[in-house]
Design a protein around this ligand. Sequence first.
Ligand code: BES
Ligand code: ZN
Length: 618
Amino acid sequence: MRLLPVLALGALVLPLAARANDPNSYAQPDQVVVTHLDLDLKIDFPHKQLDGVATLRLDWKNPKAPALVLDTSALKIASVEAVDANGKTLALKYALAPADKELGSKLTIEAPRHPAQVRIRYVTSPGATGLQWLPPAQTADKKAPFMFSQSESIHARSWVPLQDSPAIRFTYDAHVSAPKNLRVVMSALNDAKHPLDGLFDFSQPHPIPSYLLAIAAGDIAVKETGPRSAVYAEPSVVDGAAREFSDTEKMIATAESLYGPYRWGRYDLLVLPPSFPYGGMENPNMTFATPTIIVGDKSLVSVISHELAHSWSGNLVTAAAWRDIWLNEGFTTYVQGRITEALYGQRQATEEDLLAIRALQKDIGAMPANAQKLAPDPKGLGGDDSLSDVAYSKGSWFLRTLEQKFGRQDFDAWLKGYFDRHAWHSIITEQMLADLKPNLIDKYPGKMSWAEVQDWVYGTGIPKDAPIPDSPQFDAIDKERTAFLAGMLPAAKLDAKGWNTQEWMYFLDRLPDAPKLADMQAIDAAWHLTGTHNAEIGMRWYVHAIAAGDKAVWPAAAEHMTRIGRLYLTLPVYGAFAKTPEGLAYAEQVYAKAKGGYHPLTQQAVEAFFASAKRAHR
Ligand code: BES
Ligand code: ZN
């Protein structure tokens, strides 16, 4: 399972067709929608808070609407006022409801006279789930504090009061003050030459959903990687990052050749401190990325191809609800693969596809039936269904199937047309299907039946004729692994000298869940995986070595878990420790030390995991 956040989708009971509202938001877009946000923020490091003034421009839809309802989470509201066309203000009555655990506090603003704008003064809380505040010690250079946001899925509401639903799009301007000498960046056009004078202005002229609002501040240097791209990172990190990501312009040009012009202007990258909870986040104009992909050989840069691809699938054409997230992640994983193939070759692209295919095949059977569907039945979604491999791997597999059945030329033309036809809009799965049917399936009859399409989208498991690509490299590794596990091939004789990152990942992924201790010791003696700087390899290695009972790796595993806050690289190691009571106790000690450096989402995920692991041991 890809470890992404748990979404509360349990509340939804409306049938699809009648679904006006997003079950993960209190917003009522049938009454009124926000069209523009003017944000004034002061970044207050000592208090770990943002002092904010949010002015929302409104488009009232229902002439009788009595109120504007917003999403907030742990915000302290100081005042709410109406702003008329002349800038005159008038205080408005409002009510902040008690917090729901997942959705936060509904903010109801009485506004029967339908003001053009509403202005809210507020302060965030130090525990805001969408922000992390890092003291200097937790940064790479240890000199200045750092803060960053992570709004997807429903955390924008913890730093701005707004309609926090991907169905609603707005433009924004922001004015941000920060301590002098720090740099502030946002999900908007950023100016590398901006003086570090403590005052920054931003403008995002394209309508975006709230989950793409983003901000970061710290001791951030800049290095150009192309005519419209640069890397932003702490000074000690920026040169290595610029080298690792030097293909960024080629990636943009490749995506443009397939799907039409990059519409956002610049494409910059921000490398976060290692506590960043994800691999990457597609914030418009400024992808946020984990430093764990900087390994020196560009072998993990497909994360950047992925986040760049979201500039079409996700940021341009957006899933209107979280139930439709595969429209973002599945389409993006497909496009990512096309960029990888064009720049790094078929072998690399196929290996990345196969890693995902094998992981999905291994996991999908154990998931609840509804979670196995690309477009799940909203009624049956439990509160703890997490976003999983299904959206990414089954989604991209479906698109590769279409590509094979219709041929690259016609499929590419459809996909480019799909992006154009829905540009700057948020849509649900059924709208995608309504585009697919006339423009691909029915246009070229006899290639794929509508029933097959529906099986991919609404069926459980993986359709029987799903195409599996060939990888001679992976086949050879399968043979070697089998011989090694059968005792026919000593570890030192594995032909691993030339294995790239993905080939090591594949070898480790396919070891038994509980390997023999002697086997793991032999691998480490020959190939020195303990202490590796490649955390994708490290995570897989520690998981198997711990499962084999190899206590010698515990300190290095603890170092990995303490240094890296990226959930997907950390949580599986906690999982391996938790299989025995002694390991669980050790993992709890590691967590007690690591916790201070973890993002609030990582803390939540690890604590929820401990609670369930303890239930299992009881
Ligand atoms: N948009 C996602 C990250 C995300 C999804 C955050 C859902 C919160 C909720 C991003 O584009 C992503 O998919 N990141 C992946 C990397 C990718 C190469 C699979 C990640 O972080 O692992
Ligand atoms: Zn993604």
